[in-house]
Design a protein around this ligand. Structure first.
Ligand code: FAD
Length: 495
């Protein structure tokens, strides 16, 4: 693993605990330039799945929601739960990252701290990695190299895989503010978010007395490029954000720094022997607060793909394609969401910054199927009406070609199992819809005579699902021509 941020440390911990020999080469990070990250409650499942929930809880500052001025004059508070009992975390990465590396080491990974990777080269059947540590050259060989080096993208850049997008170059100007007393702000554990013409800002508390206030600006147009001092640029931008500015009045600016916050993706996220994990492959717009969540999901899937490649080399290419496809899909979904946020902000801020963000080009063919749109489409509603009209029915497989094989994650490996082709494009190949196993529904439906029996059989064999989701899946299979429906009396009528 190149890099010891969340993705590198987590994938190393997982692979070491699954019995692989793992080396992490981790460049030293400057704690003075560490970001504070906000982790919404939706990250919890992955924190547990990757075994780091306790560590995040140890250093994280609990927050109950966000307060947002998104192009609005009056802000609104968004609590994670109506009664305020749900929480997320705000973490100072200078505190979290060393703990994640300790956890990787405790799981058996060899962690080489202070190692800056220089090059990755193909050497016979392996990959050779060279690095510098304490001014001395070091080297190691590996069957797999996972680039987890974040924005540096050691492999992504040297292998010309990185793809920048128009308007994606952005810069974050970050200030760390401390006060002697606990702030008297309402919802003081919240992340505050505010937009202005030039960009937007977030204010993340990492304790009751410290806040990280970052401002996102156009990377190309920023005054920083024209030689104005960083502190002056930061303060000038902060003055454009009256609510957040007011909140830090009376606090001390401990330090300010700038960092790249560009949004980019990769031409491919995997090549033979190589995977691009977390931010090394692609970055999300920070306004989503899903960077860490995506890094953890990417690390977990990368561990599964690496494990599959080592244990079942015959599936290595398939596993790589699966990883690449998933990574690209996640990136496109997020780009679309960020564009929607930008469209909202553009109404109040008709500026070049928001115009560019709102014009991001999203390749719809890369988006996963929209389950809600599918289930509420006219053909599905018509199929549903057909089902409702009949007390009993006969369902048959309309075409054998709709049953296909596709890769799927099963435990720690990528397996090849049955799936249903709902249409001609690769993204139409689906196994589960709202948790309902479509292959299982097809198998049971061809022997069933009515919905209640089919539902009972499905739940008994494959686990309980909500009835509306099961009927939705059945209607979809009929609407997409996977199953054909006939009235039993019509078929049974003697000649
Ligand atoms: C301004 C900003 C605000 C953000 N806010 C949030 C937020 O609120 N919530 C959220 O979830 N996400 C947020 N993110 C995103 C989040 O920080 C990243 O998605 C996350 O850090 C990615 O983790 P990673 O491990 O892939 O990469 P990184 O965290 O970048 O880790 C990469 C590691 O690799 C090391 N490295 C680099 N080059 C080398 C080399 N040559 N040799 C060895 N090691 C190397 C680096 O030093 C670093 O330790 C934000 C990002 C930005 C830019």
């Amino acid at each position: 693993m190149i890099g010891g941020g969340p993705s590198g440390a987590v994938v190393a911990r997982l692979l070491a605990s699954w019995g692989h020999r793992v080396v992490v080469l981790a460049r030293p990070d400057d704690p003075a330039r560490a970001l504070a990250n906000s982790l919404p409650p939706s990250t919890f499942k992955l924190l547990h799945q990757t075994g780091i929930a306790d560590l995040v809880d140890r250093v994280g500052f609990r927050t109950t929601g966000n307060t947002v001025w998104w192009g609005e004059r009056d802000g609104h508070a968004e609590s994670f739960s109506p009664d305020g009992s749900a929480w997320g975390y705000q973490v100072d990465r200078a505190q979290l990252d060393p703990l994640l590396l300790d956890a990787a080491a405790a799981a058996g990974a060899q962690v080489v701290r202070g190692a800056r990777v220089r090059q990755v080269r193909a050497e016979a059947d392996d990959l050779g990695v060279t690095y510098v540590r304490d001014d001395r050259e070091g080297a190691c060989r590996a069957r797999l190299v996972l680039d987890c080096s974040g924005r540096a993208g050691v492999v992504a850049v040297s292998h010309a895989l990185r793809r920048h997008v128009p308007g994606g170059r952005m810069q974050a100007l970050v200030g760390v503010w401390a006060s002697d007393e606990r702030s008297g702000l309402p919802n003081q554990t919240h992340t505050f978010i505010e937009t202005c013409d030039a960009g937007w800002a977030w204010s993340i508390p990492t304790s009751h007395t410290v806040r990280h206030v970052g401002i996102m600006v156009d990377g190309a147009a920023s005054q920083l490029a024209r030689g104005v001092s960083l502190d002056a640029t930061y303060q000038a931008h902060l003055a454009l954000l009256p609510r957040i500015h007011r909140q830090v009045r009376g606090a001390r600016l401990v330090r300010a720094f700038a960092c790249d916050a560009s949004v980019y993706t990769a031409a491919r996220f995997a090549e033979p022997g190589l995977l691009l994990v977390g931010d090394a492959g692609a970055t999300l717009n920070p306004l989503s607060s899903f960077g860490i969540k995506k890094a953890l999901a990417s690390a977990w899937l990368a561990a599964v793909v690496a494990h599959t490649s080592l244990v079942h080399p015959d599936r290595a290419a398939l596993a790589r394609d699966f990883f690449s496809h998933w990574s690209s899909q996640v990136w496109h979904v997020n780009l679309k969401r960020s564009r929607e946020f930008a469209e909202e902000a553009l109404v109040q801020h008709p500026s070049a910054f928001w115009q560019t963000q709102a014009s991001a080009s999203v390749d719809a063919s890369q988006l996963p199927l929209d389950e809600t749109a599918l289930l509420t489409s006219a053909p599905v509603r018509a199929a549903f009406a057909q089902l409702r009209l009949r007390d009993t029915f006969v369902l048959s497989l309309a075409s054998q070609s709709t049953l296909v094989s596709a890769p799927i994650v099963r435990g720690q490996v990528i397996a090849i199992e049955g799936a249903v082709a709902l249409g001609p494009s690769p993204r139409d190949i689906v196994r589960y819809l709202r948790g309902v196993d479509l292959v299982a529904v097809v198998g049971l439906a061809t022997g069933a005579r009515d919905v209640p029996t089919l539902f009972e059989q499905y739940c008994a064999r494959h686990g309980a699902v909500p009835l509306p989701d099961m009927i939705g899946a059945l209607a979809l299979l009929i609407a997409r021509g996977v199953l054909a429906i006939d009235a039993p009396h019509a078929l049974a009528a003697p000649r």
